[in-house]
Design a protein. Structure first.
Length: 97
């Protein structure tokens, strides 16, 4: 069975990945990063180093746009109080959008 950990680069996703690796090994473990192309450069460094330390491959998925490009393409002003419906192209490829 494959184990896929949503790997954001935060401490909690690192701890989840470390726990899965410790309990199930890394042979069938993948770390999935939904890249927004809007992250600090240090996050990308950390992701690579953390994946190497855990011993699992880092898989990046993205549709190639920043959040601001999505807002422009969708004629949508993003905010924390309202989210687009599931299936809209503004959703992360990680969720099938």
């Amino acid at each position: 069975m494959w184990h896929v950990v949503m790997f954001s680069g935060g401490i909690n996703s690192w701890a989840a990945a470390r726990r899965v690796a410790d309990e199930h090994g890394t042979g069938k473990l993948q770390l999935l990063f939904a890249d927004t192309y809007a992250e600090d450069e240090d996050l990308y460094r950390f992701l690579e180093e953390a994946a190497a330390q855990i011993g699992a491959p880092l898989v990046r998925i993205a549709d190639g746009r920043t959040p601001w490009q999505v807002f422009d393409d969708e004629h949508y002003l993003g905010n924390a109080g309202w989210h687009r419906a599931p299936g809209d192209s503004s959703r992360s490829p990680a969720y099938g959008g």
